[in-house]
Ligand binder design. Structure first.
Ligand code: FAD
Length: 291
């Protein structure tokens, strides 16, 4: 028997939260993951769907004091057009540019990318290195969860079914903050990452303070490269340090073989991407005379 799907199209956040509480529907944002999964039989047709694309409160990119907030419904096209994010999260723009195709970037949202919980989701490593927090809301209230605590496995998160991801928040860096995002896929467009790496270094007077490196598609969730981060702290960037840190990053992950790539290749490529990212930061600093 065919399942009849009921689709809710709330215009306000409060209306959406009521529906989420009453019916526990499946959330539909841009549909570029969900509709593919339903059509492909990966998930059964849901009894209830809530289409959230009319809710204005979930859109937009704002800065308030040092906090930058991205609405969950912000598309990758909008991220690429944002001067604010170009300044405070340039590596998120690099990642957004790699996603799908112009059509996918026009529909696909950052909230959907996070909630789909793929370890290869391109927006996730950049948000890890920003130490971003996710803002989840239900009729009972709001909670903030560090993105590094949110995913528990491929397709799995700690979201409750009555909660909506409403936005992503992070603290803006300053002139000492440098970023990179690097990714390897089968080809340039319309290919999911085999491996990705993002980095954030705070560098003052040539010395690295805080360092964050996150790796995508090499574990059941995106992970921090803790060994690599520890090695960077207090050092000055040089080709030797970049190589040392890249080797450490390889030991920070435990990839698997799957349809997209092999574990051994992924592990080797983690080193290549991290080394390239660090060398790029070093060259940028040499270029603008800050070191
Ligand atoms: C051809 C193609 C190429 C692609 N290429 C890439 C790529 O290169 N890199 C990449 O990372 N991804 C890629 N994707 C995957 C997809 O486009 C992204 O993950 C996109 O960001 C999903 O966003 P969406 O708004 O379409 O999410 P949807 O499909 O609407 O939703 C995805 C999941 O998130 C849930 N959800 C969405 N919004 C919320 C919310 N606010 N609160 C709670 N739950 C929510 C939904 O219930 C669903 O489970 C590709 C997809 C296609 C079809």
């Amino acid at each position: 028997m065919l399942t009849q799907t009921v689709i809710f199209t709330p215009k306000s956040l409060s209306e959406a939260l009521e529906v989420l509480n009453d019916k526990k529907p499946v959330v539909l944002a841009g549909g570029t993951d969900l509709l593919v999964q339903i059509k492909g039989g990966g998930i059964p047709p849901p009894r209830y769907i809530i289409a959230i694309d009319n809710i204005k409160a979930l859109k937009g990119i704002k800065k308030n004091g040092r906090k930058v907030r991205i609405g969950a419904l912000t598309t990758f096209e909008e991220i690429l057009d944002s001067e604010l994010l170009a300044k405070f999260a340039p590596h998120l723009l690099e990642a957004s540019y790699e996603i799908g195709s112009p059509q996918i970037r026009a529909r696909g949202t950052i909230g959907g990318n996070i909630m789909n919980a793929s370890p290869a989701g391109d927006s996730i490593p950049p948000l890890f290195v920003l130490e971003a927090h996710l803002i989840l809301q239900s009729i009972e209230g709001r909670r903030k969860v560090a993105i590094s605590q949110f995913h528990t496995g491929p397709g799995k998160t700690i979201r409750r079914r009555d909660e909506l991801l409403i936005g992503i928040e992070f603290e803006a860096g300053d002139k000492s903050s440098r970023y990179f995002f690097m990714r390897l896929g089968t080809r340039k467009a319309l290919a999911i990452a085999k491996v990705s790496a993002a980095g954030m270094l705070n560098i003052k007077n040539g010395h690295i303070g805080k360092a964050r490196i996150a790796l995508g598609a090499v574990a059941p969730t995106v992970v921090y490269a803790h060994g690599a981060q520890d090695l960077l702290a207090g050092k000055s960037l040089s080709p030797e340090v970049a190589l040392l840190v890249a080797n450490a990053a390889q030991n920070d992950c435990h990839p698997i073989d799957d349809i997209r790539s092999q574990a051994e290749y992924r592990q080797a490529m983690v080193g290549v991407l991290v080394e390239r990212g660090l060398m790029r930061i070093m060259n940028e600093l040499n270029g603008d005379g800050q070191r």
